[in-house]
Structure formats: C-alpha cells, structure tokens
Design a protein around this ligand. Structure first.
Ligand code: LAC
Length: 306
C-alpha cells in the first residue's frame, strides 16, 4: 500500500505521521514545492520510527511526481490555509490553481489512485478535482465531515460531561462555518439519544460551537488546525487501505442522492478498498433536509467561482 501526501505543511505532516504510526502502509511519499522541506519532514519522521515502532517507509521530494508513481491513495493538502477572520471560501483564488495542477500530476503518475482532497474550500476543490481528472466518482473523496464529526463529538462529550468514547455523532453538509449540518437528533451517548441528557439550548450551543470549530482554532493558533485534520485524513486512508467498510461522512459527487446532483458535499459513505463503496442515504427530517439543501446552495455558489 503506497500513499502519497502532497503538501508537507502542518496538516500534511500530521497526516503522514498518523498514517505511519498506525503502521498499515508500506510506503508514504511526501511532496512539497518548498525546496528540501518534504525531504526534511520525511527524515525527521523516519527518525521517530524506532521510537514509535513503525516500519512504514517515509520519503520526501520537492515536487518530483515520478516518486509518487503507483500510489494507491493520494492526499491533497496543498494550498494556503486560512488566517484568523477568513472563511475557507476566500482561499479559492489561489488554491484552485494549485489543486488543479496537483490532481492532474498525481493521476498522470498513478492512474489507479484514489484521491482524498483536504485543501479548502474543500467541497469545491473536490468538485474541481472531478472536473480536471475525470476519475470515476468512487475514487475522489473530500475530507471534511470526518473532522467536523470529531469536533462535534468533542463538544458533545464536553456538554454531556462524558468520555468521548461514549459519544457518537455525525456532521453532514458542506465543510464551511455556515454549511455544516450536525445531526443532533441522531447523536447518542452509548445508544441513548443525547436529548435525554441535555437541554435543547445546550444542544444548540454544541451545534454552534461545532460549526465554528475550525474558525475557533484558527483564531487561537493564527493559522488553520492540523492535528485533528491530519488524524481525520489518516482514518479515511486506513479505512480504504485496510478495506474496513466503515461509514464516514465525506464530500462526494452526488447524482440524485439526497435530491442533489452535480456537486460534492458531505454525506455518509462506506469506505473500503475501492474508495467510496456506497453512498448511505439516511432518512432525514424535513428540517434536516432543508438545512442540507441550504448548505448545497452555498457550495454551488462557491463552485460557480472556479
Ligand atoms: C479545518 C480545516 C482543515 O477545518 O478546514 O481545520
């Protein structure tokens, strides 16, 4: 199993680190346009191998795509992250050009690759990746919902005063402050609906805190977050590499599912060795459907800018 990570910034490096630590891939190749940067990150990570107990071989290169040839999975993290006060949508001008050229080069060297798009605005970058590569839709996956759901669970556990491992919840919709749709109705603490434990007001607060999860961190850190995004990507990569058939909300090209088409937006999917093995259509209430439609309308506006 060969995995490429394009972009050796904080998200790309964390993602490579988590993949290596989980020790399921034989090889991870990191690329970055900054001279020597990916080589340096790869070497530093390799020097953790004996300490952290993994055998994954990590190498780095300055944009030599021939080194990525034969990748099974490639993660696109390249582009600029947002600064405090910015929306993810404001990154489109610079990131669209970068994602276009990265996706094209990856597919040129690995025609059978499964692509995971992380660069923002993620749903639109995933859509763009479809348009420029023409890969079948089960082989292009946008990472957003897995991260947003992790942030939702963090906030739920905080509100419930429960261990995170006792909590389950999912966020669908666009990966944007306004577009996220945390499914509070379906969130549980060990199978019990969370509404049994906390008030509607507290649940609304959890929902609002989740939606601005990334923005809150950007304000604190001065740049976009990396540990949780890196861990979320590594979870998707592992589900595919190990054919786990796990359900994650991911941004995928819809063709009538959820009454939506010709856009990529977060919905639950089963991930396995073929990438997206199934789009799971769950029964949403009219209110949830309306929120998803509204979120889709926002994603389509951003898509119109590419
Ligand atoms: C975030 C970025 C990865 O939400 O979109 O932190």
């Amino acid at each position: 199993m060969k995995v490429t990570v394009v972009g050796a910034g904080a998200v790309g490096a964390s993602c490579a680190e988590y993949i290596a630590i989980k020790d399921f891939a034989s090889e991870v190749v990191i690329l970055d346009i900054k001279e020597g940067f990916a080589e340096g990150k790869a070497m530093d990570l390799m020097q953790t191998a004996s300490l952290n107990g993994f055998d994954t071989k990590i190498t780095g290169s300055t944009s030599d795509y021939s080194k990525t040839a034969g990748s099974d999975i490639a993660v696109i993290t390249s582009g600029i992250p947002r600064k405090p006060g910015m929306t993810r949508e404001e990154l489109i001008g610079i990131n669209a050009g970068i994602v276009k050229s990265v996706a094209t080069s990856l597919v040129e060297h690995s025609p059978n690759v499964i692509l995971i798009v992380v660069s923002n605005p993620m749903d639109t970058m995933t859509y763009l990746t479809h348009k420029v590569t023409g890969l079948p839709k089960h082989r292009i996956i946008g990472m957003g919902g897995a991260l947003d759901s992790a942030r939702f669970k963090y906030r739920l556990a905080e509100a419930l005063e429960a261990p995170i491992s006792d909590v389950d919840g999912m966020v669908i919709g666009g990966h944007s402050d306004k577009g996220m749709v945390p499914l509070t109705r379906l969130a549980t603490r060990n199978s019990v609906p969370v509404s049994e434990f906390i008030s509607d007001e507290r649940l609304t607060q959890v929902l609002e805190d989740t939606k601005v999860g990334g923005a809150t961190l950007t304000k604190l850190l001065g740049t976009s977050a990396w540990y949780a995004p890196g861990a979320a990507v590594s979870g998707l990569v592992q589900a595919i590499a190990c054919d786990q058939k796990k359900i994650f909300p991911c941004s995928v090209m819809l063709d009538g599912e959820y009454g939506l088409s010709d856009l990529c937006i977060g919905v639950p999917v089963v991930l396995g060795r073929n990438g997206i093995e199934k789009i799971v259509e769950i029964n949403l209430t009219d209110a949830e459907k309306a929120k998803l439609q509204e979120s889709a309308a926002g994603v389509k506006v951003t898509n119109g800018l590419i």
